[in-house]
Design a protein around this ligand. Structure first.
Ligand code: ADE
Length: 242
């Protein structure tokens, strides 16, 4: 998958995504991330990319032209125009379902705003999706873009060592993940649940499913409403939620 990120802070993006699992996927050539500096497309001698908003108000706005020239430089040689995701608290809240949808694309462009935002006219021309990572306001779109690239790229085949692990993670089937334990068997006087040491796979799966339901009922009853449960599981969930 090829990802282009339009930003005023390319180092922030490349340092963040160049590390750990996304960094390894980039080295292996499964994922390519290219942070493009919008300032390189400034059209004045001071290389400024921001200006005061018409009508007054606090702060500065990113101007339309540098953003547009940056977009043109990225897409001019492309046959099919990729989706352009604009990071904004006014967008649709990013979910695992959206990550799955975006993971099907071969190319994606992220646009990160700064200051008080970007001139509306260029957004109208190039943006296909407005996406927020939650109901809080950050200083810029770089962290949201990194969050989204992380969530999307781990769904791309080959990025994780083991493709099953993405499938069974939290939110799959609208249930949270069950608790996990590794060695030693006893730590701080806490024992690993005996069923996990039993080697009985059917019982282990049953226990894990129950734990997922219990956790979801306790922490995310809103998610549980969307999960597919058997009648018995519904009774278990009700007993926790009450
Ligand atoms: N830019 C500023 N805050 C944001 C948020 N919560 N999500 C996406 N982009 C943003």
């Amino acid at each position: 998958m090829n990802i282009q990120i339009m930003t005023l802070f390319p180092d922030m993006i490349m340092n963040g995504l160049g590390t750990s699992i996304t960094g390894r996927a980039m080295e292996k050539g499964i994922l390519s991330v290219n942070a493009v500096n919008i300032r390189d497309y400034a059209f004045n001698k001071h290389h400024s990319v921001d200006d005061y908003p018409y009508g007054g108000g606090a702060g500065m706005l990113m101007q339309a032209e540098p953003v547009y020239q940056c977009y043109k430089a990225i897409t001019d040689t492309m046959e099919k125009k990729p989706r352009v995701l604009y990071m904004s608290p006014q967008g649709k809240t990013f979910t695992q379902d959206m990550a799955e949808e975006f993971a099907k694309e071969d190319e994606l462009i992220f646009l990160c705003g700064h200051y008080e935002g970007i001139d509306e006219r260029v957004l109208e021309e190039i943006v296909t999706d407005y996406v927020s990572i939650g109901d809080y306001v950050l200083t810029g779109g770089e962290l949201p873009a990194m969050v989204m690239v992380d969530a999307i790229s781990r769904l791309v085949p080959g990025v994780l060592h083991n493709n099953v692990s993405a499938e069974f993670d939290s939110f799959q089937d609208n249930l949270l993940e069950y608790p996990q334990y590794s060695r030693p068997e006893i730590w701080h006087e806490k024992q690993v649940p005996p069923v996990l040491l039993s080697g009985h796979h059917v019982n282990i799966e049953k226990w894990r499913r129950e734990q997922s339901i219990i956790r979801t009922a306790k922490n995310r009853p809103d998610l549980l409403k969307k999960a597919e449960l058997t009648e018995k599981e519904k009774i278990l969930a009700k007993s926790i939620e009450l």
